[in-house]
Design a binder for this molecule. Structure first.
Ligand code: EPU
Length: 337
């Protein structure tokens, strides 16, 4: 158990906060040790992975922070229809993508360079460039913080949605994910539907890219649009792209015909939150030490020395102006604590 730990190095926004108590978790047994400890067992727990989806606005005094560092990557079943890869929840997601490619097991390349750990990936069902974690998910192991029992959940029990899962709802704060298994389908098929990738195909004239080429394209697209947390503190997209009814979408098109919108299979529309924020004039703006990234209005950044409260103030101001102009309530993607 560590005491009075600065969380600044452990959140990609680089926000200042202190954990009064922090336990490093490298196995299920480590979780149970915390739960069995009479001083810690009843205290609220805060599970921290790579800190890429969290905004700390205060110190964690009452909570015990569980910093998940379960390691390991292995192919546990190399079947005819899919390879099943098991990874420790503490592995960096991007390392998992690189490792599977190096093993000759493509399938995760569209999800390259997403910050955070493998264990955090199912929590918000990470997604990018036409692929979501749920498309490659097999199952996961977790320890229930209430009962202390180890559980294995398949995709149905994870209740995946757009940037959503049971871990943000019924099991929020209740489970420590320790291992994740991914299913990489055979034969491999490229996912190239996303506009930015189709554009790369045209630009390069490569009609049938292999997985490594798609990986390189995704890395290049992300580097051009998204700030690297190592250079500028951020948590990726700060808001979810809102999903609206056809009537609401028509109403917004009436207010601005250029609004970027995509028809979903269920007949509703997904709007580009980045476009809505941009249209309200926020791109490149700053409040205090927190700002809106100049290349992508959906990303809030730490301009240096920002507090979580400043990030929250900026986020609220953006939400209010988007609501005022378009009648849409933007929902924050990161956990704000
Ligand atoms: N747009 C603007 N102005 C902006 C930003 C975007 O007009 O400042 C427009 C773009 O021109 C484009 C549309 O909005 O037409 C959508 O932008 P983009 O393709 O960059 O994707 P996004 O909707 O902003 C989502 C995910 C990203 C993911 C990309 C690629 C969410 C909340 N975000 O972003 O995920 O990498 O698609 O698939 O769904 C993350 O969750 O942290 C994240 C980075």
């Amino acid at each position: 158990m560590q005491h009075h730990v600065s969380l600044k190095p452990f959140n990609t926004f680089g926000l200042p906060a202190t954990a009064r108590r922090m336990a490093v978790i490298t196995s299920d047994a480590d979780v149970r040790r915390v739960l069995d400890d009479p001083r810690l067992g009843r205290a609220p727990k805060f599970v921290l992975g790579g800190g890429s989806n969290v905004v700390f606005t205060r110190d964690l005094i009452d909570e015990v922070v569980l910093k998940v560092e379960v390691a390991g990557m292995a192919v546990v079943d190399d079947g005819a229809r899919a390879a099943i890869v098991e990874v420790g929840a503490g592995e960096r997601w991007h390392d998992v993508v690189c490792w599977t490619l190096a093993q000759g097991l493509p399938g995760l390349e569209n999800l390259a360079l997403i910050p955070g750990t493998a264990g955090a990936a199912p929590v918000q069902n990470i997604g990018a460039y036409g692929l979501e974690l749920q498309d490659r998910f097999h199952s996961l192991d977790a320890v229930d913080l209430v009962t202390g029992r180890a559980v294995t959940l398949d995709a149905a029990r994870c209740e995946f949605g757009y940037r959503d899962s049971v871990f943000k709802r019924a099991l929020a704060g209740r489970a420590v994910i320790t291992r994740v298994r991914l299913a990489l389908p055979k034969p491999w098929q490229p996912v190239l539907g996303y506009l930015d990738l189709a554009r790369k195909q045209q630009e390069t004239g490569v009609a049938e890219p292999d997985a490594q080429t798609i990986f390189d394209w995704v890395c290049a697209i992300r580097r051009a649009k998204l700030p690297d947390p190592a250079d500028i503190g951020n948590a990726g997209s700060f808001f979810k792209n809102p999903i609206v009814s056809p009537e609401q979408c028509q109403d917004i098109i009436g207010r601005d015909p250029h609004v970027v919108h995509y028809l979903l299979p269920d007949g509703r529309y997904k709007l580009a939150a980045g476009w809505l924020i941009d249209a309200c004039g926020w791109k490149g703006k700053t409040i205090g030490h927190a700002g809106v990234y100049a290349q992508q209005a959906l990303v809030l950044v730490n301009r240096g020395g920002a507090s979580g409260a400043e990030v929250r103030t900026l986020a609220t101001a953006i939400q209010e102006s988007v609501y005022g102009r378009f009648g849409i309530r933007l929902e924050a993607e990161p956990v704000i604590i």
